[in-house]
Write a protein of this length. Structure first.
Lengths: 819, 256
């Protein structure tokens, strides 16, 4: 029999368990990266037979060299690092938005003349209390009095943020699934009330809502005149009661209400909350985004008794000028939160009086009897959709969450930007803005649907592995379906503009770009989804690896460059590169498919064609963006400028790829040097000389041919002095070759060579290389590409092509100096 | 030790468990047999206070399972039929947590955990995250969680379902050992040979109703004279009428 455990001890143990789990999670990410250095630990499956075999009732014979095996978590490569980074950037942007929001509020409430004054008065006040650790006394630093209009706006903002936190936390959990956590804890000799209070306390302190509320409240306190540390502490003090209220409400709904309401209704509720959560989140953000947001309008209409409610009390507590009213407000706030939590606990106990888990009735598949006889299409008609596609659509119609996420959420995310931010509406007027919006909506919709193709299978993936269809075919079906479904939104948007503006030539090109991009990105999303999914993960949240999601968003962002690019060449180049990337990623995903359910057997990360193409895309886009930045800052487009842009782009892509490969310990990274590098350099020099001769011939031809004259203008070098020339020489001969050769020969040619024959890979890699160069130099650069690819094939180390490229660049740049 | 008194659980018009009335004496190993979906897990969940009975009540050691839940749990060790564990927690950590939740000091919990892990041959895997365990290992960890506070009553839901023969044999030996020390064991199963080997008394449930209860020999002689337990089971759980084997059992309850 066990001894009785007090409530405090039980709470401490439960918290300790959660903390232990969290620490293990952190440790797992760290350990995994260390494990890569010396792969010593064996996976869990291998050790097991030994354990089973020696199992007698008497303890197994002691093994003297039994090493403590480190626990092997599921793969969590860069996920935790990225999540930490994203969390930090979220806090940063939340703080920034809060500053802007307060500024807007003051601006609106006081008028612009007065708004300047408080900000100026803040500066000396902020310096004085910075040295003090505790709250400054009123005499030492005058806290500026907050105008009542601003106070109301702050209170309303706090309310909106609270609601957003509550709805977000509600929508993130899986409402319709059974709650095994509570069910297991209930079998321990702890009173239910203790378990529930600990649950509420957990959700108060360990919640993402902290990232939303705390920065805002801190900024409010800081603007009032407290020092940074004091403001943060006060912000926390105000945030905790508010979060407690939100946590109580959330627990009442997802632990208590879940028992009364059927699973179908719960799913509806969840879909609704996820939509509402976004709405409130954007409403809250809009205060910081525009000076005339709805928050200000609504704030005026608040009655004065709102200051007796928690959001108002928080606002008063942080902005009151004297200690007494501030502490009174804090006490009142905490008391109200405590009362709310106690009342909530009572409600929960009443809800759970009939049992802790749902009554066991799962959502029934049986339909009411009075249903029409036609259960499906007549057998004679050919099936328009394959079995897989029909099932996906059926799932879409039944799973409300899925439906909302795929079709409604993208529109909401994009649409909210326009609704809440009046200035953005002007974007809709321009065709490129409209095209970007159309593409973004489709890309988001794809991320929620095509990206999750394997995820939606969940634990039932084994069914797909047992049917006589290759998994790749199944994925292709899904990609096709989603590519078509997600075309709906762009088509709708374009139809709308067609009606409004009539047919225009420039929009036609954009339409083609967007409509071609959607199927390409369906392929990319599906392929990345294969890597991102971890069907063996036990917990839902870990099913999708976030790093691949970010990669997908990055690629979608890079594609919008094609929409914005001014020249046809850039747009087409971007589209072709993206299509190639989709192809390469699909290949890579196809190789990965057999190992989905058996991750311990999968080969380690390997450098492939898709990595090279991603690098080429980054190279292409960064170059264009840097050029645009230079042009916008008033510089002329000279050869020097282009070269600079080139080098920056090359360096970015190179460093990014090397860092990623190093981090993942990928195999097959092309090597710079090797045995016999002297010969390699010699070969490279020869190849480069040949290519340079060809380029000379081309340039001479260009000088005498009016056709190419126009293009040549932009490349005319405008170099003024000696220093410039030396600098250019270094860039052209040393830096650019290293970066470009690594990407185009090392990664792209190497990747192609693994699957294609020599001729095909040489030509293809040279074509891609030529694609990313300015239109004028396409032909000579193609020749260079051929030469360097042949050199790399011959020498198998990068120093060869680097030498070739350096020789070529030296020759061409030197040629430019000649009149 | 365990007393059921007209225990009923209804979901709307569907009754999962209906008017269950029998008793389990102290020191017995009681096997609760039934086909899948008969109501075994529902009954056990009502014993553990996870579900609330629609009517009737169950009591363990004189304490009502619903009204005095906490006291009941101090005397009972529970193994669910498919144990789910937290991810990112090691088996040893989970076991120590359960020990501490039962009121043991940290040192005691650690010692008991080590002892049980060795006994159940989980010593090698104790540092592995529990979600990575195979089914057999998860069951053994669940059993360890049930045993760590040395309860006087064990309630086990399908303890050997999914275990390989060697592991199943060890669990059976463990249970026999426990019973020899005077503990009461209430286990549900549909594996008849295990029930025959380990249990002293059996109860057969079918579609929520108790159709047979009593010592094994008695059941055999009453239901299918000279027949195997399998024949007894099949006869008692014929699907045509829920009352086909109505209350076949000399004693609906043993000594209290």
């Amino acid at each position: 029999m066990s001894a009785s455990v007090g409530a405090v001890r039980a709470a401490r143990l439960l918290f300790g368990l959660r903390l232990r789990r969290f620490l293990n999670l952190m440790q797992a990410g760290w350990q995994f990266s260390r494990r890569w250095r010396k792969p010593a630990a064996t996976p869990a499956g291998e050790q097991e037979p030994k354990a089973e075999a020696t199992s007698e009732l008497q303890p197994p014979a002691a093994e003297p060299n039994r090493q403590k095996r480190r626990a092997t978590p599921s793969k969590a490569k860069l996920g935790w690092l990225l999540t930490a980074f994203v969390g930090a950037s979220m806090v940063f942007s939340a703080a920034q938005l809060s500053f802007k929001a307060l500024e807007n509020m003051q601006h609106r409430a006081l008028g612009s003349a007065e708004a300047a004054r408080p900000l100026a008065a803040k500066a000396p006040a902020a310096k004085a209390p910075a040295s003090q650790k505790v709250r400054p006394s009123p005499q030492a630093s005058p806290r500026k009095a907050i105008a009542p209009g601003v106070l109301k706006a702050v209170a309303l903002e706090v309310l909106i943020l609270m609601l957003a936190v509550f709805l977000l936390s509600l929508g993130s959990g899986e409402l319709a699934r059974p709650d095994w956590d509570l069910e297991w804890l209930v079998t321990l000799p702890i009173p239910l009330a203790t378990l529930l209070s600990v649950r509420i306390a957990e959700r108060t302190f360990v919640s993402g809502g902290l990232l939303l509320l705390w920065p805002f409240l801190t900024v409010v306190a800081w603007e009032t005149g407290y020092g940074v540390a004091a403001a943060a502490a006060l912000g926390l003090l105000a945030a905790v009661p508010l979060l407690a209220i939100a946590a109580t409400l959330r627990t009442i709904i997802d632990t208590g209400l879940r028992l009364r309401v059927g699973p179908g209704q719960l799913r509806n509720l969840q879909a609704l909350t996820s939509v509402m959560a976004l709405l409130f989140l954007y409403l809250g953000m809009s205060a910081g985004l525009s000076a005339n947001s709805y928050v200000m309008d609504l704030a005026v209409w608040q009655p004065s008794w709102v200051f007796w409610l928690p959001p108002g009390l928080a606002a008063v507590a942080l902005t009151a000028t004297d200690k007494a009213s501030s502490s009174l407000a804090f006490v009142a706030l905490t008391a109200q939160a405590g009362l709310c939590a106690a009342a909530g606990l009572g409600v929960l106990m009443r809800q759970l009086r009939l049992g802790v888990v749902a009554s066991g009735a799962r959502e029934s598949g049986r339909r009411p009897a009075a249903r029409t006889a036609s259960a499906g299409p007549a057998p004679q008609t050919r099936r328009l959709l394959s079995a897989i596609q029909a099932r996906e659509l059926r799932l879409l119609s039944r799973d409300r969450n899925f439906l909302i996420q795929t079709l409604v959420l993208p529109v909401m995310i994009i649409g909210a930007q326009f609704w809440l931010n009046a200035g953005m509406a002007a974007v809709l007027g321009s065709p490129t803005g409209l095209a970007t919006v159309a593409f973004s909506v489709a890309a988001y919709a794809l991320m929620f649907s095509a990206f999750q193709t394997l995820n939606t299978e969940g634990n039932a993936l084994w069914i797909l592995y047992s049917v006589p269809q290759p998994i790749e075919w199944i994925l292709r079906q899904k990609a096709t379906l989603w590519g078509i479904v997600c075309l709906a939104w762009p088509l709708a948007i374009f139809a709308f503009t067609l009606v409004r503006d009539g047919v225009r030539l420039e929009t036609l090109g954009l339409v083609v770009i967007v409509l071609a991009g959607v199927p390409i990105f369906a392929v990319i999303a599906t392929a990345l989804g294969v890597f991102a999914s971890d069907p063996l993960a036990q917990v839902v949240q870990r099913r999708v690896r976030p790093s691949y999601m970010y990669l997908y968003m990055l690629l979608a962002g890079l594609y919008t460059y094609s929409i914005f690019a001014s020249g046809v060449w850039q747009s087409v180049g971007g589209m072709v590169l993206t299509a190639l990337l989709g192809f390469a990623l699909w290949q890579k995903a196809r190789d990965h498919l057999p190992y989905l359910l058996d991750p311990s057997a999968s080969p380690p990360a390997r450098v492939s064609l898709s990595d090279g193409l991603i690098a080429a895309m980054i190279f292409f886009v960064v170059q264009g963006v840097v050029t645009v930045i230079f042009v916008l800052s008033g510089q002329r487009v000279t050869g020097r400028l282009l070269l600079l842009a080139f080098s920056i782009a090359g360096a970015t892509a190179f460093l990014l790829m090397r860092f990623t490969f190093g981090r993942l310990k990928s195999e097959g990274v092309p090597s710079m040097l090797g045995p016999g590098y002297g010969r390699a350099i010699a070969w490279g020099a020869c190849g480069g000389a040949v290519a340079a001769l060809a380029a000379f011939a081309y340039l001479v031809l260009a000088r005498h041919t009016p056709l190419l004259e126009g293009a040549r203008e932009t490349v005319v070098v405008g170099m003024e002095d000696q220093l410039d020339q030396i600098w250019i020489a270094i860039l052209a001969v040393v830096a650019a070759p290293i970066f470009e050769e690594f990407i185009f020969r090392g990664l792209i040619f190497g990747g192609l060579r693994r699957t294609l024959g020599m001729t095909a890979s040489v030509v293809a890699s040279a074509a891609i290389f030529a694609l990313v160069h300015p239109p004028f130099s396409v032909i000579p650069v193609f020749g260079l590409g051929l030469a360097t690819a042949l050199v790399y094939e011959r020498t198998r180390m990068l120093i060869g092509p680097i030498a070739a490229h350096a020789v070529y660049n030296a020759a061409v740049v030197g040629f430019q100096f000649l009149p | 030790m365990i007393a059921f008194d007209k225990l009923t659980k209804q979901y709307g018009s569907f009754s999962a468990v209906r008017d269950l009335t029998f008793q389990v004496a102290g020191g017995e190993v009681f096997g609760f047999l039934g086909p899948n979906g008969a109501g075994k897990t529902t009954t056990i969940r009502m014993l553990m206070g996870i579900l609330v009975p629609s009517a009737g009540h169950a009591a363990i050691d004189g304490l009502d399972c619903q009204l005095e839940r906490v006291e009941v749990k101090r005397r009972v060790g529970y193994l669910p039929d498919s144990p789910i564990f937290y991810d990112f927690l090691r088996g040893r950590e989970i076991l120590e947590f359960v020990g501490e939740m039962h009121g043991q000091t940290r040192g005691d919990a650690r010692r008991n955990a080590t002892r049980l892990l060795e006994e159940l041959a989980l010593g090698e895997a104790e540092d592995e995250y529990a979600v990575n365990y195979s089914m057999g290992m998860k069951k053994r960890l669940g059993l360890a969680c049930a045993l760590i506070h040395d309860p006087s009553v064990l309630i086990l839901d399908e303890p050997t379902n999914g275990l390989d023969p060697r592991a199943a044999r060890e669990v059976q030996l463990l249970l026999k050992d426990y019973a020899a020390r005077g503990k009461t064991i209430f286990l549900s199963t549909h594996l008849l040979d295990m029930a025959e080997r380990v249990c002293t008394r059996l109860g057969i449930i079918h579609k929520g109703e108790l159709v047979a209860v009593g010592p094994i020999e008695e059941l055999r002689s009453k239901v299918v004279p000279g027949g195997t337990l399998e024949e007894v089971f099949l006869k008692a759980t014929q699907a045509d009428d829920a009352h086909s084997g109505a209350a076949v059992g000399a004693s609906a309850g043993g000594r209290p």
